[in-house]
Design a protein around this ligand. Structure first.
Ligand SMILES: Nc1ncnc2c1ncn2[C@@H]1O[C@H](COP(=O)(O)OP(=O)(O)OP(=O)(O)O)[C@@H](O)[C@H]1O
Length: 261
């Protein structure tokens, strides 16, 4: 059993099928990159995993149970987290919103919850900013705070939907380095258009374009080989390869590295 098991899942919002017969098993130690074209169904798959949408066919299990029964094990950082930067709320208060059942008033948190939120801020290297206004931070710093908010409830799985969109290149790298550290203790699932995630950080890739192509890329040398011709591996080639069922139509055998869940 994986931490997340998606079995034969199909989903449509209306008549048109958005996800078709998806099978995916994510293990505890995985850093999974979900890639694919715009409109391919990446965010929809995340929402099906989170139990926001129910599959029309098939099933999703989070730690062996329906997503709604184990939601507390998942930390979620949605796409384009909208923080009203004019709203005078402090970083610590944003993080404390991540407490499960955090229905208490903003200023009614206990010492334990404050300590826990400070711990989450420390995990993302932002404890020194606890009393700063959220609006005074850079995009990359704000995203770290959003990750701290998701970590506040001590999840075992962290799901991030395009966490580096609208962050500069240096900031993007910092976020992925942070995820690399977090991945030692938390399963990471990240939707990204950033090729460096695949090349440097992820050990598994799920390419979604209605259907899924799943690849174990733990062995980078074996996966991203260049047939001994040059050191260059073209990004377009790479994405085509990950979108297809096999890695390379030149080298044999292709089945060696491909993993069918
Ligand atoms: N709430 C919705 N109602 C109806 N159709 C939707 C809804 N959300 C998404 N879709 C459609 O479902 C398909 C998949 O969308 P989804 O957002 O999952 O793709 P994506 O791969 O995450 O795209 P992007 O890379 O652009 O964020 C698209 O055709 C989209 O128009």
């Amino acid at each position: 059993m994986g931490v997340i098991d998606v079995s034969n899942v199909s989903f449509s919002y209306d008549r048109e099928i958005v996800l078709e017969d998806i099978n995916l098993s994510i293990d505890k130690e995985d850093f999974l990159a979900i890639i694919g074209p715009n409109g391919g169904g990446k965010s929809t798959l995340l929402k099906v995993i989170l139990g926001i949408y129910k599959p029309k066919k098939g099933s999703v299990k989070v730690l062996g149970k329906e997503p709604c029964k184990n939601l507390s094990h998942i930390g979620y950082v949605p796409q384009n987290t909208n923080v009203n930067t004019d709203f005078p709320i402090k970083v610590l208060e944003v993080v404390m919103m991540g407490h499960i059942g955090g229905k208490r008033p903003l200023f009614g948190y206990g010492q334990d919850e404050i300590a826990c939120a400070m711990g989450a801020l420390a995990q993302v290297g932002m404890q020194a900013y606890a009393d700063k206004k959220i609006g005074s931070l850079s995009g990359g710093q704000r995203q770290r705070v959003m990750i701290a908010r998701a970590l506040c409830a001590h999840p075992s799985i962290l799901i991030l939907d395009e966490p580096t969109a609208s962050i500069d290149v240096a900031g993007q790298r910092d976020i992925y380095e942070l995820l690399r550290v977090l991945s030692k203790s938390v399963t990471i699932i990240v939707v990204s258009h950033d090729i460096s995630v695949i090349l440097e950080y992820a050990n598994k890739v799920a390419h979604i374009n209605k259907r899924l192509s799943f690849h174990d890329i733990s062995n980078k040398e074996e996966t991203f080989h260049t047939h001994g011709k040059s050191g260059h591996f073209c990004e377009v080639e790479l994405l085509q390869m990950l979108g297809s069922k096999s890695n390379c139509n030149v080298c044999e055998p292709v089945e060696k590295w491909r993993t069918e869940p």
